[in-house]
Ligand binder design. Structure first.
Ligand code: ADP
Ligand code: GLC
Length: 480
């Protein structure tokens, strides 16, 4: 069965966050289940550079102000990509979304409207011979695809919209409607309109046959005003079509036994290499080399969502207990400044690298004892799953996919030998400090700590389980 993924990022071609990890890995997990996925991706310069086995595919005339061609190709891991080569929209230096990280191109409505438009043409069989049975849009950048298909009035493939983050909705001024080739009649609450604006995600949630998000807890949370960002009513209305399917991690990409980026291989069965990685991380980040210090890490975008400002406020408590922390993060400049200053004041215990560096993220995950993820909300979160695999015990806020992937080391869980990490109530420095204290206490009991760490390493966060759920959904949709 044929499925078209539509997305603005895909690892290893272009990545700013977990969306890319998902679109890079899930198609590979679906292939053995008989689901043939092609992913429609904007042909940013680096996508064309990195794409392998490139072949020209269909041409799309008059795509929002220019001509586009589809370039068919593969990622190194073998995932099939349809790169939408529209130079007037995507041939620009910078990030996928703007001249630099955090900025937006002024024509992003057209850049991503065009992505949805091209997806709808492929869906209708009007762009090349390959015709999907399901069109699966990921996040707001792809979310006009289900709208265009529904509004075409033609026999069309089934559609799915997946929410990776409700905080980003793609909202644009109402008068942009016409340039997006959306009919006047669609500018309504039961359509693309969201409080006087054109809402891309809103459109995807209204028009898609099914809606998914990336964890069961987040599927519940977004139906409340606290996490729904104004779309909770629509999501409650569509609750029977909404499911949460937990993300996985790519077990080949994240494999401490065969990771070319780390100092020494290790696994739960032969864990000895972990300590060499800890020393390597302490050296690389200029921390005091000390096996006995509990070394925390953070690998994150620095945004309000991630709650690192709250973590910042409890660093004094963390270092007072003799702990260390290595932070790899990029984003909010004020927070970058604060972490840099904290590191300058106590370089033996606090280190900060302002970078988005995928290789370095492997070094950090391999070397740390624990990873802190203090998010205010987290649709799924992948770094805690990587942490589990790398024997880096997660200390996480009890929200979204963090709540669904880490088993708190409370007395009952420790007695039953099921704990894998620590959870705390979100949005509170007191709660983070308490979780850090609990982690420190367990770390001081080497046997109990090692058992917790090894249980996490043996837990299964590969994609197979979730891929089966997506495959079942596609099959059910296609028979309707
Ligand atoms: P989000 O998508 O909200 O950023 P996720 O946890 O789902 O959160 O995914 C983040 C992805 O980006 C992970 O693969 C993580 O390793 C990676 N990442 C985040 N920040 C950095 C960074 N500063 N350097 C390298 N990789 C990073
Ligand atoms: C988003 C979310 C993150 C999730 C990722 C992949 O970026 O913030 O929680 O893991 O998408 O689904």
């Amino acid at each position: 069965m044929r499925v078209l993924f539509v997305a603005s990022e895909m690892h290893p071609l272009v990545k700013t966050g977990g969306l890319a990890d998902v679109t890079g890995a899930l198609p590979l997990a679906l292939a053995p289940l008989g689901i043939e996925v092609r992913t429609l991706l904007p042909a940013y310069p680096r996508v064309l550079e990195r794409l392998q086995d490139k072949k020209p595919d269909a041409t799309i005339k008059a795509l929002f102000g220019g001509t586009a061609r589809l370039v068919s190709g593969r990622t190194a891991a073998g995932a099939h990509v349809l790169a939408l080569d529209a130079p007037h929209l995507y041939a620009r230096e910078g990030s996928a979304y703007g001249p630099t990280t955090g900025q937006e191109w002024p024509d992003n409505h057209l850049r991503f409207g065009a992505l949805g438009w091209a997806a709808h043409l492929i869906g209708l069989g009007q762009a090349g011979p390959w015709r999907p049975e399901v069109v699966h849009a990921h996040d707001w950048q792809a979310a006009l695809a289900p709208a265009y298909l529904a509004l075409s009035g033609r026999p069309r493939p089934a559609t799915v919209t997946t929410i990776h983050n409700m905080a980003f909705q793609g909202l644009f001024p109402g008068p942009m409607l016409a340039s997006l080739r959306l009919p006047e009649s669609s500018f309504a609450p039961a359509g693309v309109e969201f409080y006087g604006k054109v809402g891309f995600l809103k459109a995807g949630l209204h028009y898609a046959d099914r809606i998914t998000t990336v964890s069961p807890s987040y599927a519940r949370e977004i139906q409340s005003s606290a996490h729904g960002f104004g779309l909770e009513g629509l999501l409650r209305h569509r609750a029977k079509d909404l499911t949460g399917i937990l993300n996985g991690i790519d077990r080949r990409e994240w494999d401490p036994e065969h990771d070319p980026h780390i100092a020494a291989p290790f696994s739960a069965a032969s864990p000895a290499g972990k300590v060499a990685n800890k020393r390597a991380l302490q050296e690389r980040f200029g921390l005091k080399v000390d096996d006995r210090a509990l070394l925390f890490c953070v690998v994150s975008r620095l945004t309000h969502q991630k709650g690192l400002d709250i973590l910042m406020s409890v660093l004094p408590a963390l270092v007072a207990r003799g702990g260390q922390i290595a932070v790899l993060g990029l984003g909010d400049t004020r927070l970058e400044g604060e972490f840099a200053a904290a590191a300058r004041a106590n370089p033996a215990q606090i280190a900060f690298k302002a970078a988005f560096d995928e290789r370095l993220s492997h070094v950090v995950q391999a070397g740390a004892d624990a990873i802190v993820v203090p998010s205010r909300f987290e649709p799924c979160g992948l770094t805690q799953m990587v942490g589990l695999r790398y024997g880096t015990v997660p200390v996480v806020a009890r929200v979204g996919g963090l709540a669904d992937s880490v088993i708190d080391a409370n007395e009952a869980a420790l007695n039953d030998d099921v704990a894998t990490g620590f959870q705390f109530a979100p949005d509170s420095g007191i709660e983070i400090a308490d979780a850090i204290a609990r982690a420190s206490t367990l770390f001081a009991q080497p046997d109990a700590w090692t058992r917790t760490r090894h249980r996490g390493m043996r837990a299964d966060f590969g994609w197979e389980r979730s891929a089966k759920k997506y495959a079942a959904m596609y099959r059910e949709l296609a028979t309707k």
